[in-house]
Design a protein around this ligand. Structure first.
Ligand SMILES: *[C@@H]1O[C@H](CO)[C@@H](O)[C@H](O)[C@H]1NC(C)=O
Ligand SMILES: *[C@@H]1O[C@H](CO)[C@@H](O)[C@H](O)[C@H]1NC(C)=O
Ligand SMILES: *[C@@H]1O[C@H](CO)[C@@H](O)[C@H](O)[C@H]1NC(C)=O
Ligand SMILES: *[C@@H]1O[C@H](CO)[C@@H](O)[C@H](O)[C@H]1NC(C)=O
Ligand SMILES: *[C@@H]1O[C@H](CO)[C@@H](O)[C@H](O)[C@H]1NC(C)=O
Ligand SMILES: *[C@@H]1O[C@H](CO)[C@@H](O)[C@H](O)[C@H]1NC(C)=O
Ligand SMILES: *[C@@H]1O[C@H](CO)[C@@H](O)[C@H](O)[C@H]1NC(C)=O
Ligand SMILES: *[C@@H]1O[C@H](CO)[C@@H](O)[C@H](O)[C@H]1NC(C)=O
Ligand SMILES: *[C@@H]1O[C@H](CO)[C@@H](O)[C@H](O)[C@H]1NC(C)=O
Ligand SMILES: *[C@@H]1O[C@H](CO)[C@@H](O)[C@H](O)[C@H]1NC(C)=O
Length: 430
């Protein structure tokens, strides 16, 4: 059953990943000199003849207590699993097969160097017996590395039941499945890893990252960290900020802006007496009021009482949030202290009234200009037409009326009067 399961698993994975060990450089300890059994035969892509005479297997020398073989994948690769076809001498792999006893207890290591200390164990057989050891066998090996090492030893007596006395390489084929290019995963290694994975690489099967570049969290590193204190990296899995939040934010992930009339470090400060017109709040980081202070208060934070106007140091010493804003907040009140006391609170309220007054003034001024120029034109016209002295009379009257009733409603009347005068002039002329 196990054999069948591994076999099926093998066929699925063969389709998904490619054999990146094929015809790579291989090496083994204790080669059997003068034989066609050297290390490279295990990566030659052939496994039709599983007997030594076939020249397709890597077999090590007799009477050795250590067996060691490795393949060099050229550079660090993203690995998924290792497939091994053992020597059988072309007889059934049953309980009587002698070669089973040589295989038991084997290990697979992955390493970036050939130094023993750098090896990282991927698989160690400590459960198979002669009855259960499959051939071929696939072992999952989701790791990164350049060398894949097959290892076995018979150095520590006594050996478990069924183990051979010596250690051998009996490797007709070793296939290493994975991706040739780091930074890709999934079927045919065709999907790029998430862009914020640290090191640009990810799990070869599901694309999850081992860790994220700063500022991101989550298994796919697609969750943006909150405002962690000093921009520290948030927890890879749960997004928690390790040392609290920047000023103006709260919550474990520092994604919540200070609310409820608070600001500053850990939202621990309470906003001053700000003037709020539309339900705003003081700045969640600095505590500055958006549009000045409520009456009776002054300063950026509106915590200074106006009656103690000149005693600036008292009010400002209560704000000790962070060094960042210390300079700013110390500079402003000094200016305020010597500036006109009216400005801070009065500028906002009467703003619209000022505009209205200015507009009214300009309108009436324009109207005045209009009438005066009209008057002048009318006089000129009268003169050109060489009217009698007597005709001048009503005009002067009109003029005096205009000056007396200085307003919009008089315009129609004046126009009327003017026309009447002109008409009189024309009739008298006629
Ligand atoms: C291994 O076998 C190949 C093919 O026969 C041969 O070219 C190579 O020199 C051999 N290597 C060693 C170390 O014997
Ligand atoms: C090999 O190096 C890569 C980084 O280049 C590292 O991720 C991997 O864990 C190393 N593999 C081993 C077996 O040390
Ligand atoms: C040899 O095998 C034994 C038992 O499996 C193990 O404890 C020991 O570490 C191995 N020796 C080396 C050098 O790895
Ligand atoms: C993987 O490659 C096979 C064969 O080339 C192809 O049929 C299949 O569609 C590819 N799968 C993906 C996800 O690219
Ligand atoms: C988040 O993960 C860190 C480290 O794994 C742990 O210390 C912390 O308690 C976790 N926070 C939550 C809310 O799960
Ligand atoms: C806001 O502050 C008031 C008074 O300090 C408190 O009772 C209330 O629970 C707070 N609300 C929130 C959402 O923190
Ligand atoms: C904010 O709260 C956290 C956790 O309670 C604490 O470690 C940190 O020192 C506080 N920061 C400030 C500036 O008070
Ligand atoms: C300013 O306030 C401090 C502390 O309350 C006080 O000692 C000092 O006399 C005050 N100065 C003036 C000019 O009011
Ligand atoms: C503000 O900080 C200064 C030193 O930076 C310290 O001497 C002073 O006591 C602090 N004031 C308050 C109200 O915390
Ligand atoms: C605050 O001012 C002091 C002295 O002028 C200066 O040394 C310091 O760098 C300033 N700090 C900030 C955060 O600007």
């Amino acid at each position: 059953m196990i054999w069948l399961a591994l076999f099926i698993g093998h066929f699925w994975t063969v389709k998904t990943f490619e054999n990146i060990a094929l015809r790579r450089h291989a090496w083994q300890r204790y080669p059997f000199h003068g034989t066609p059994w050297n290390a490279t035969y295990a990566v030659d892509g052939r496994r039709s003849d599983l007997a030594p005479a076939g020249g397709q297997c890597a077999i090590s020398a007799d009477d050795k207590s250590i067996a060691e073989w490795r393949v060099d994948l050229g550079k660090v690769r993203n690995l998924h699993h290792v497939f091994i076809q053992y020597r059988t001498d072309n007889v059934a792999w049953d309980e009587n097969d002698y070669f089973k006893s040589r295989v038991l207890g084997f290990s697979i290591y992955v390493s970036n160097t050939t130094y023993r200390n750098d090896w990282r164990l991927c698989f160690k057989d400590n459960k198979y017996t002669r009855a259960t050891i499959p051939n071929p066998i696939s072992v999952t090996c989701v790791m990164h590395g350049r060398y894949v090492i097959y290892y076995n030893n018979r150095t520590h007596h006594p050996f478990p039941a069924g183990y051979s006395t010596y250690a051998f390489n009996d490797l007709c084929e070793v296939e290493v499945y994975g991706c040739l290019t780091l930074g890709y995963y999934g079927e045919n290694c065709s999907t790029p890893c998430p862009e914020n994975c640290k090191g640009g690489d990810c799990d070869i099967v599901d694309g999850t990252c081992v860790s994220c570049v700063p500022g991101y969290s989550g298994s796919m590193c697609n969750i943006v960290c909150g405002a962690c204190y000093e921009k520290e990296q948030c927890d890879f899995k749960n997004g928690t900020c390790p040392n609290g939040c920047e000023d103006g934010y709260k919550g474990r992930q520092c994604k919540t802006v200070c609310t409820n009339n608070t600001y500053g470090p850990n939202c621990s400060m309470t906003c001053g007496h700000c003037l709020y017109l539309y339900g705003e709040k003081c700045n969640h980081v600095t505590g500055q009021c958006p549009r000045g202070c409520a009456s009776g208060f002054q300063g950026d934070l509106c915590v200074e009482s106006r009656s103690e106007f000149r005693n600036t140091t008292l009010a400002w010493s209560t704000y000790n949030a962070t060094d960042k804003f210390k300079n700013k907040t110390l500079v402003r009140p000094m200016n305020d202290a010597y500036g006109p006391p009216v400005l801070q609170t009065t500028v906002q309220v009467p703003f619209y009234s000022i505009i209205i007054v200015v507009v009214l003034f300009s309108v009436s001024g324009l109207l005045n200009l209009f009438f005066i120029s009209r008057q002048v034109l009318a006089r000129c016209r009268n003169r050109e037409e060489k009217v009698d002295e007597s005709v001048e009379q009503p005009n002067t009257i009109v003029n005096s009326i205009y000056i007396q009733e200085n307003g919009f409603s008089t315009y129609q009347e004046l126009e009327h009067a003017d026309q009447k005068v002109n008409n009189d002039v024309y009739t008298s002329l006629a």
